[in-house]
Design a binder for this molecule. Structure first.
Ligand code: BG6
Length: 483
């Protein structure tokens, strides 16, 4: 082992999850209904043909709502943390369900039972010497804010958000250093698809010709809210580290044709402008020009722009799963549609859900962001969704997952050790099997720990160590030297 390939001693090897995908207990201890609570289960074959999870107007009595169950982590976390401590993790990324703290989102006083739950959970992590990393909003905003205010299209959401942010920062800021505001805020770039619009911004029931405008408007209010959160956090405690969270899927040109290269460049600028604004405090000129050209009439004030400029994030959190390719559409504004203009990369294999496997893209992503934004980074998601088979002896042979992680960690190490990019930690998705966000399936598994539950919630709920468990354990123990 060449010594120059060693990772920093304080590197945070961890795992990542999100409240709505594992806690269950959707209506316990005063919790309100979140957007995840009105999403029925989907399934892979529907997703492959463009289908999505159906969103119901209210909670239907006999609907299959997998997020209502999760893996019952609300009740099992003490045992699960024991197992995760055995895995050796140094960090655990989860989110705070906004609806446990403010059930409807517009109350002035928080729900003490919800606050207490996270107090206890954080204390349990700390007992195991696991660093908590918290996302404030991970696809689980109060449904009441969607129905009554139209979600983030409404400027009032900034105040509701800040109320929530202040309560949790004050309550947990003495024990939690790393925070992120909005999970994968840039997923809504696929505004032609109603799923990310609801998940990111609570946008539902809008005329389709307004989708693009609403997405940019909602995103602007979120960017202001995020900057104000950074301001607030530093007022509360200067040590707090506030990050954005970007879904990073490199978009490569389909060929070396200059038009394809230009299109891919714009696709990257487009998908990652949220990172640009968060990190540099400025909207890019091309985007302001595009808004004008499309006559989108986005509501943004000089005061908003000053706030954004004055309070950039401390770090850039990002997820990395796959890369895409794009072909020139011939549009002079370089407009393209993610659904229609992405193609297959002939050099890459895909997962069973069609996600292209591209380890080199991790190093590319980190270099791309570092050169532009100059902020420390944190890989807060990376993983491989697969159909795992539990054997009768309780083993699960997931060599495909080990291969995925091995190659991605190798690429990450090159970015850190050779390219000298500051990286705080690596939290693979999802440590323990949980409900898939896009499909609602349990069958799309990401964990090192198998959970015996199926798509209908049937099963013992027992936890089993997969082969990847022992493998990741030695990765952590060796600080990434043994892969
Ligand atoms: C990210 C999300 O998009 O990818 C997670 O932040 C999600 O919430 C993960 O679970 C994997 O996606 P999926 O749809 O396979 O669960």
């Amino acid at each position: 082992m060449r010594t120059e390939y060693q990772m920093p001693d304080d590197f945070l090897w961890g795992v990542a999850v999100a409240a709505h995908q594992l806690e269950g207990a959707w209506d316990i201890d005063g919790k309100g209904v979140s957007i995840a609570d009105v999403m029925l289960a989907g399934e892979n074959k529907k997703i492959q043909t463009g289908g999505r999870r159906v969103v119901t107007d209210d909670v239907l009595p006999n609907g299959n709502y997998p997020n209502h169950r999760g893996i019952d982590f609300y009740h099992t976390y003490p045992k699960d943390f024991k197992l995760l401590a055995e895995l050796g993790i140094k960090a655990f990324r989860t989110s705070i369900a906004w609806t446990r703290i403010f059930p409807n989102g517009d109350e002035s006083e928080p729900n003490e039972a919800g606050l207490k739950f996270y107090d206890d959970m954080i204390d349990d992590m700390l007992r195991h010497e696991i660093e908590p990393v918290l996302t404030m909003s991970h696809f689980e905003m109060p449904y009441h804010l969607v129905k009554t205010y139209g979600g983030w299209r409404n400027r009032k959401l900034i105040d509701f958000w800040l109320n929530f942010a202040e309560v949790v920062l004050r309550r947990y800021g003495d024990r939690v250093t790393y925070w992120m505001t909005f999970n994968e805020i840039n997923n809504q770039m696929a505004w032609q698809d109603s799923h990310p619009m609801l998940q990111n911004s609570g946008l539902k029931d809008y005329p389709s010709d307004q989708a693009e405008r609403l997405m940019y408007q909602a995103s602007h209010y979120e960017l202001v809210a995020s900057a104000l959160t950074t301001k607030l956090a530093h007022e509360i405690n200067t040590e707090l580290q506030i990050g954005c969270m970007i879904a990073f899927n490199p978009v490569y040109p389909a060929t070396s044709k200059p038009e394809d290269i230009m299109m891919a460049e714009r696709a990257m600028q487009n998908r990652y402008y949220w990172g640009e604004v968060h990190a540099t405090g400025k909207y890019p000129n091309w985007l302001l020009s595009y808004w004008q050209h499309k006559d989108l009439a986005i509501d943004y004030t000089d005061e908003d722009l000053t706030i954004i400029a004055e309070y950039p994030v401390d770090f850039v959190g990002f997820s990395y799963y796959m890369s895409w390719t794009v072909t020139d559409t011939g549009d002079e504004w370089l407009f393209y549609d993610e659904e229609k203009n992405h193609g297959d990369n002939p050099y890459l294999q895909k997962s069973d859900w069609g996600w292209q496997i591209d380890p080199v893209g991790v190093r590319y992503a980190m270099n791309w962001m570092w050169d532009r934004w100059h902020k420390p980074m944190f890989i807060v998601e990376n993983g491989f969704g697969a159909y795992d088979q539990l054997q009768t002896d309780g083993s699960v042979h997931d060599d495909y997952r080990i291969a995925y992680f091995r190659d991605h960690i190798k690429a990450m190490k090159k970015a850190v050790v050779l390219d000298k990019i500051p990286l705080i930690g690596y939290c693979p998705w999802s440590g323990i099997d949980i409900v898939s966000a896009s499909t609602g399936e349990m069958a799309k598994r990401y964990g090192f720990i198998y959970v015996d539950l199926d798509d209908l919630g049937h099963g013992t709920g027992m936890r089993y160590r997969k082969d990847s468990f022992a493998w990741y354990q030695q990765v952590i123990q060796s600080n990434g030297a043994v892969l």
